[in-house]
Write a protein that binds this ligand. Structure first.
Ligand code: HEM
Length: 345
């Protein structure tokens, strides 16, 4: 008897999970499924919510480890390990949409009215993931002119508030990056090399006979703007963290910078796969309901495509650093590369 809790079905709480596939009626009593495919619809959404839960667990760990006052070097591989798991889950999430696409649009319509205004838009865990990762509220599209929070009960809004009061992954990354020891004079040396690089590129385009004089002038102008944006990146708001992103990316072969560089790459991959899910979900939605409005009341596919765009990017500095990365021949030489060697206890 005492070992009952160690049995497969009780350990996994299957009694709870497998008895939660009938939707509630207006009295919150189980109602029979309205269509054979309604089961698929429910199971797929529940599976996503479980994955969201695991993602919150992993991204939360990454945020905690990176947000410590002192981050031991050995913790960076641990953060990367969690993010690697996040990537694999995201890939499953993308692939899983195909399961739902085995349902035809007509079969979905047969029970769509039963959803009322229920929509993935009301997934609290999805919003928590966005907040934990660091999507700034001001970047969100106002939903019917209102904050997305209007769609959630007060108890859930309080959870969002509590999460917002804590540092998010984007912020702790930035604070951690700011502490990267960069050799004195490196930024100035980098900018001098960058000037040389831009001059070379302008010269190359000036020699391109396929361009008209007007096109050449336009290209020159764009390169000058590029030169200016790199200077701004390394001197404006967040300059210390930006410089660190560039430094780590540029000198990634040095042992001490290897894991930080992998971490930056892992964060980009996390974001890239998240955006791919958004895009893929929008494609599934257009196949399923065409261009009609969503059950949550948004414009539907148009809204979803907008959320997959640039505005919802989170780790922009990592990406910007890549725009200013120089070819190896132009990288400034470090005066003491051994400083970035293996740390020997
Ligand atoms: C037949 C299947 C589906 C259709 C037709 C559909 C349609 C939509 C539409 C139209 C929206 C925009 C909001 C609205 O007006 O309702 C939306 C949002 C959303 N859906 Fe789906 N969806 C489907 C399946 C799923 C699944 C399986 C998930 C997984 C959890 C999901 C998660 C979400 C999320 C998280 C949002 C909010 C996106 C944002 O605001 O950034 N959807 N969905």
């Amino acid at each position: 008897m005492s070992d009952l809790h160690r049995r497969y079905e009780s350990y996994l709480r299957l009694d709870r999970i497998l008895n939660a596939q009938l939707p509630p009626d207006k009295d919150m009593k189980d109602r029979p499924l309205a269509h054979h495919d309604e089961m698929l619809f429910i199971v797929v959404h529940q599976a996503y919510e479980l994955w969201f839960k695991q993602l919150l667990h992993e991204v939360g760990l990454a945020r905690d480890l990176l947000g410590a006052d002192l981050v031991p070097e050995t913790n960076i591989p641990r953060v990367c390990k969690s993010l690697r798991r996040v990537h694999e889950i995201e890939k499953v999430m993308i692939a899983q949409l195909a399961v739902l696409e085995t349902m035809s649009p007509g079969d979905f319509l047969a029970f769509r009215d039963e959803l009322g205004n229920a929509s993935g838009f009301q997934s609290a865990q999805f919003r928590e993931l966005e907040i934990l990762a660091g999507l700034p509220d001001e970047k969100r599209y106002a939903y019917q002119g209102q904050s997305f929070e209007r769609r959630f009960p007060e108890k859930t809004v309080a959870r969002f508030r509590a999460l917002r009061a804590q540092p998010n992954l984007r912020e702790v990354l930035s604070q951690w990056m700011e502490r990267t020891p960069i050799e004195d004079g490196w930024i100035e040396a980098y900018l001098a090399s960058f000037d040389k690089y831009v001059d070379e590129q302008i010269l190359l385009q000036d020699q391109n006979d396929e361009l008209s004089e007007k096109e050449r002038a336009g290209t020159r102008q764009r390169f000058e703007a590029y030169r200016g944006s790199c200077r701004e990146f390394l001197s404006g708001d967040g300059a210390a963290a930006h410089a660190a992103c560039l430094f780590v990316t540029a000198h990634r072969h040095l042992p001490l910078l290897h894991w930080p560089n992998r971490l930056l790459d892992s964060l980009l991959e996390f974001e890239e796969l998240w955006r791919m899910w958004r895009f893929r979900h929008a494609r599934m939605v257009e196949r399923m309901i065409g261009l009609r409005m969503g059950t949550g009341g948004s414009s539907g596919v148009e809204y979803l495509d907008a959320t997959a765009g640039d505005r919802y990017r989170i780790f922009t500095p990592i990406l910007r650093a890549r725009s200013y990365l120089l070819p190896p021949r132009l990288l400034p030489k470090l005066s003491d590369p051994d400083r970035y060697g293996f740390a020997i206890e």
